[in-house]
Design a protein around this ligand. Structure first.
Ligand SMILES: [Zn+2]
Length: 157
C-alpha cells in the first residue's frame, strides 16, 4: 500500500487502521500496490471513493497499481472514538470495491437499466461493498487499532 497522508495523524497509525480494515474482510484483497489518499472532512460521515486504477505516472515513471481510493476522516475530537470506528468501516467499504476490481467484477459498473444508472446507494457494487462490511470480522478484534486512531484524533492540535 502506498499511503498519501494529507492529515497530521501519524502515518503508522493510519497505515495500521487501513491494513487491518483490509484484513478484516472475509474477501481476498491485495493491499500491495494500492494507493490510498487520506484527507480530512468536516462532514458528519467519513467518506470514500474507490478507483479501478491500473497505472499511474509517479516520479516520471509509469507504475503498476492495484487500484486506489480516497478516504476522508472527520477529526472531531469530542467524538474521537465514533470517528475512528467510522473511518475503519469506510476503509472496509473501499477495500471491498478494491477487492471487486481485483477480481474483475467490473461489468456492473457500466451496466444500465432502462438506459439509466441506478442511484448511487442502490448500485449493485455499493450493496455488495456494504455486505462485505457487514460480514467482516468483528471490530472488537481491532480494538487496539481503532483506539489508537481515536487517541490520535483526540490529541490533534
Ligand atoms: Zn462505495
Amino acid at each position: 500500500m502506498k499511503l498519501i497522508n494529507h492529515t497530521k495523524i501519524s502515518e503508522d497509525i493510519l497505515e495500521r487502521a487501513l491494513l487491518d480494515a483490509a484484513r478484516s474482510l472475509r474477501k481476498r484483497v491485495n493491499t500491495s500496490q494500492v494507493v490510498v489518499y487520506v484527507g480530512l472532512t468536516r462532514s458528519w460521515h467519513s467518506r470514500g471513493i474507490a478507483y479501478s486504477a491500473s497505472k499511474v505516472l509517479w516520479d516520471k515513471k509509469w507504475r503498476k497499481v492495484n487500484g486506489a481510493f480516497r478516504i476522508w476522516l472527520n477529526p472531531d475530537k469530542n467524538k474521537a472514538l465514533v470517528r475512528a470506528e467510522d473511518f475503519f468501516s469506510t476503509a472496509q467499504h473501499e477495500w471491498g470495491h478494491i477487492s471487486d476490481y481485483q477480481s474483475k467484477k467490473l461489468l456492473e459498473w457500466s451496466q444500465r437499466k432502462n438506459g439509466r444508472r441506478p442511484l448511487h446507494d442502490y448500485r449493485p457494487e455499493e450493496k455488495r461493498a456494504d455486505e462485505y462490511v457487514k460480514t467482516a470480522r468483528p471490530k472488537d478484534q481491532y480494538a487496539d487499532t481503532i483506539l489508537n486512531l481515536a487517541i490520535e484524533i483526540e490529541t490533534q492540535k
